[in-house]
Design a protein around this ligand. Structure first.
Ligand SMILES: C[S@@+](CC[C@H](N)C(=O)[O-])C[C@H]1O[C@@H](n2cnc3c(N)ncnc32)[C@H](O)[C@@H]1O
Length: 310
């Protein structure tokens, strides 16, 4: 039976115009029941309605509350630092190979805390444009408000990250891959195989056997919203296995693809975030050089850890 996330069902927008589409409450409840998820159905049953439809204002406020909690989790997991650990060497390799102007696009940025953290620290360099993109206009409005309040040099755009006129030099995402069914993953990676794109870095929950239990403990301890607690565990259950991810990421053929798992960093009791990384082959040598000893965290499509031959 398919595992559903409530947040994927309670808001709908026209993907082109961003215009809000009404969501029939009973249909969402019925879908969750059909999927065998009575707890999720009860969470939606308790949400306010306006006639047959979920009340838009209540849905919007819920999105902001849940994503604010997600931002806190991301901060506790040092997600911006973990992205930067890979992005700094990737950008160094892209600069050396003559890519430019340098643009990072965060696909499905939510409240955009990763982009805002990069803008605040300026650690990736003043020559790097930072853009967060999300299909959800409520999250983009809040990300923009926060960036303006903090006077940060980054921007947020509502829409499909792959429909931007300018390609990203590096596409990144956090907690987005599992939202795509396995059959759609290759299309997700294909969309990033654009001229001008040097690399991608996509973090998602590592699909270990303990990930759902880890996610339950972690979200129970750190999140207050029932929707956030539910979707956190559902995310871990939906996470794609290593071979599914590596196969989809390498199918377009234009990138050298790796998982990145620094030795000794895995925590079997926690839903641990791990990236799939792709770089143009001409950048791979410089990337390894700049990573130095940390290059041993790279695991190739054949499952071979860099520098170990196994
Ligand atoms: C779990 S949320 C991401 C949370 C965010 N990255 C964070 O760490 O807080 C997944 C988001 O991906 C967005 N999304 C999925 N596909 C997208 C696309 N092609 N372009 C832009 N946003 C997308 C959805 O609108 C949703 O808000």
């Amino acid at each position: 039976m398919s595992v559903l996330e409530i947040s994927d069902l309670i808001g709908a927008w026209d993907p082109i115009t961003g215009e809000r589409l009404p969501v029939v409450k009973d249909e969402v409840v019925a879908r969750l029941r059909e999927a065998g998820d009575r707890r999720a159905a009860r969470i939606v049953e308790r949400m306010p309605a306006s006639g047959r439809f979920l009340a838009p204002g209540a849905v919007d406020r819920l999105f902001i509350r849940v994503h604010t909690e997600l931002q806190r989790l991301g901060e506790e997991l040092h997600m911006a630092e973990r992205f930067a650990e890979l992005l700094a060497p990737v950008l160094a390799a892209a600069r050396a190979a003559g890519f430019g102007p340098l643009r990072i696009v965060d696909v499905g940025c939510g409240l955009g805390y990763v982009m805002r953290a990069f803008a605040a620290s300026a650690e990736l360099g003043a020559d790097v444009e930072l853009t967060g993109v999300d299909l959800n206009p409520v999250l983009i409005a809040e990300a923009t408000r926060l960036a303006e309040a903090e006077r940060l040099n980054c921007r947020f755009v509502r829409g499909d990250a792959f429909a931007l006129t300018e390609p990203a030099t590096v596409y990144i995402s956090g907690g987005v891959l599992h939202h795509f069914p396995a059959a759609e993953l290759a299309g997700f990676f294909q969309a990033q195989d654009r001229p001008g794109t040097a690399a991608f870095v996509h973090y998602d929950i590592a699909a270990t056997r303990l990930a759902p239990v880890g996610a339950w403990v972690f979200h129970r301890a750190r999140m207050r919203e029932p929707l956030g607690r539910h979707d956190g565990v559902a995310s871990a259950r939906r996470a794609h296995g290593d071979s599914v991810l590596l196969d989809a990421a390498s199918r377009p053929g234009g990138m050298e693809v790796f998982l990145f798992a620094p030795i000794g960093h895995a925590n079997p009791f926690c839903a641990s975030m791990r990236p799939v990384l792709g770089v143009r082959p001409e950048l791979a040598g410089t990337l390894r050089k700049v990573l130095g000893r940390r290059a041993r965290g790279l695991i190739s499509v054949d499952g071979v850890r860099e520098g170990t031959g196994r």
